[in-house]
Design a protein around this ligand. Structure first.
Ligand code: ADP
Ligand code: MG
Length: 489
């Protein structure tokens, strides 16, 4: 576990951020809410401590068909002298009987995953320090902040006391569903603040102020509700950023997030801030450590971030036609008896083009991208979740956070690259492949490589994560072999 020499403390002096140009962030899929505002600055300081106590009982496997979710190399840096003991059972966390029932009966969880075991004591112990928490995709971060929110709100007080902000409507809805399930017996109420379909949209000015105790939503809508004085912040005790690195990235939602945080600080005396993600690149990590105060920190080295349970492959293709042929013959025909599959494309146009090519040939496939109305997006997601469709084409709209345990194959039809620079988007790559291998399940990723630029991109990705995508030749035998190696056949 945490050996002292790998745990690095970030002592951040007070700094002043300058206002970035108010440019529209550009993204391939154009998936998110919008609008920039001004940032803020706060300082943070931390110190190293030994974390020998933070070990959990490894003797009981959660499920013999699963590996442990890969978060065994989480390093922790705690701030100040608050001692934390990791929890080997949910009982260790002093949760209410209602919450324990939610965990065991509704969620069917048996024991905390490692990130839960380590982070929950930090979240739930006074003085409720801020937390920056990095852990692998699929390792159960949602439970950490959902339990944090549910444990800390007072069901007798009818005002927002916890707020969670997510980058997409899909993720906000998914997190809300987890919250409602886990909190089923608590009587705690919640509200989802996401862009509404125009048909049932009620102007914000006509709405009653939110009385729900927990609000989960996207930054644009949260900000709107707050400025319309429909979302009061004076009783907020806990503010969560899911996919926090993206929420605080320049080309993500930095300005909105900071604006929301600043408004909350103005009206609420102490609001604990929790930042969760599988990825925090150096730039974002430096920045986030400046906006939280005397925080605890959990992180994973980037070389240890890709999931061992998800095998990575690459297939060289002559041209776009060859890529489509691979999708048809291998991913559909050969993969028919596998679980669900998700194909990532770069743009809305690619999504439509691929969808058209496949359906014309009689393949059943769903595709989702930002240009589809919210209502239709919900319908498509529900179809896929219920298993009505087995293959989903998506832009990076679903690259982060989407949790569907049946997905065991990810196909990078287009490799993820940054819009502005065409450099590899390392974080997005990691999040995409993390759609398979949820909570230690087996999975595989096929990267389709077409041309020199793709070859260079995958090479850089391999180098960055110190991992190798194994080459698979485009024939049935090699694919079958690859699937077998991945434990899927
Ligand atoms: P992350 O946000 O870290 O990528 P999620 O919170 O979406 O991961 O969790 C991934 C999956 O693991 C979910 O399907 C969730 O229900 C499951 N899960 C989380 N915690 C546990 C647990 N303690 N026991 C069993 N399954 C869990
Ligand atoms: Mg998540």
């Amino acid at each position: 576990m945490a050996d002292a020499e790998t745990a690095t403390a970030t002592a951040a002096p007070p700094t002043t951020e300058t206002k970035p140009p108010a440019a529209e962030p550009k993204r391939w899929g154009d998936i998110e809410d919008d609008a920039p505002e001004e940032p803020t600055r706060v300082s943070g300081s931390t110190s190293e401590v030994s974390l020998d106590g933070l070990k959990i009982d490894e003797s009981k496997k959660i499920n013999k068909f699963l590996d442990e979710p890969e978060d065994s190399n989480i390093k922790a840096v705690t701030s100040g002298d608050t001692p934390y003991t990791s929890a080997s059972t949910f009982e260790d966390l002093n949760l209410s009987p209602e919450l324990l029932k939610g965990l065991y009966v509704e969620m069917k969880f048996q024991k905390p995953s490692k990130i839960q075991a380590i982070s929950l004591p930090m979240i739930l112990t006074p003085p409720y320090k801020d937390l920056i928490a990095q852990a692998h995709n699929g390792s159960g971060k949602t439970t950490c902040f959902v339990l944090g929110m549910l444990s800390r709100v007072d069901p007798k007080l009818t005002a927002p006391q916890a707020l969670c902000i997510c980058p997409t409507r899909e993720l906000a809805i998914q997190n809300m569903e987890v919250l409602r399930k886990m909190g089923k017996y608590t009587g705690i109420t919640s509200e989802c603040a996401v862009p509404m379909d125009s048909r049932d949209y009620m102007p914000i000015s006509k709405r009653a102020p939110i009385s729900a105790q927990i609000v989960i939503g996207t930054p644009g809508t949260i900000k709107k509700w707050m400025s319309a004085k429909k979302l009061g912040t004076s009783y907020l005790k806990i503010l969560v950023f899911d996919e926090a690195d993206h929420m605080l990235a320049e080309d993500g939602f930095k300005d909105d997030s900071l604006r929301i945080k600043k408004d909350i600080e103005r009206s609420s005396s102490h609001c604990q801030v929790l930042l969760f993600s599988a990825t925090f690149n150096e730039t974002v990590k430096n920045f986030v450590s400046k906006i939280v105060k005397s925080y605890n920190q959990l992180f994973v080295k980037k070389e240890e971030l890709s999931l061992e349970a998800v095998k990575q492959y690459k297939v060289y293709c002559h041209d776009e036609l060859a890529k489509i042929q691979i999708i048809k013959e291998r991913i559909f025909d050969l993969g028919e008896n596998l679980g669900q599959r998700i194909i990532f494309v770069r743009t809305r146009n690619s999504a439509s083009m691929l969808h058209k090519q496949l359906t014309e040939d009689g393949y059943t496939v769903s595709s989702i991208q930002g240009a589809i109305t919210p209502e239709d997006r919900d319908k498509l997601i529900n179809e896929f979740r219920s298993g009505l469709s087995q293959v989903l084409i998506s832009t990076d709209l679903l690259a982060r956070g989407f949790d569907q345990q049946q997905i065991n194959l990810v196909i990078n039809y287009d490799l993820p690259i940054k819009y502005e620079t065409h450099e590899p988007d390392y974080e997005v790559y990691l999040h995409r492949i993390g759609r398979a291998g949820r909570f230690g399940r087996k999975g595989a990723v096929f990267n389709l490589i077409c041309g020199d630029r793709d070859a260079e991109t995958i090479r850089k990705i391999e180098l960055y994560f110190q991992t190798e995508a194994i080459e698979v030749k485009n024939n049935d035998e090699e694919f079958e072999n690859a699937l077998r190696q991945a434990g899927l056949l």
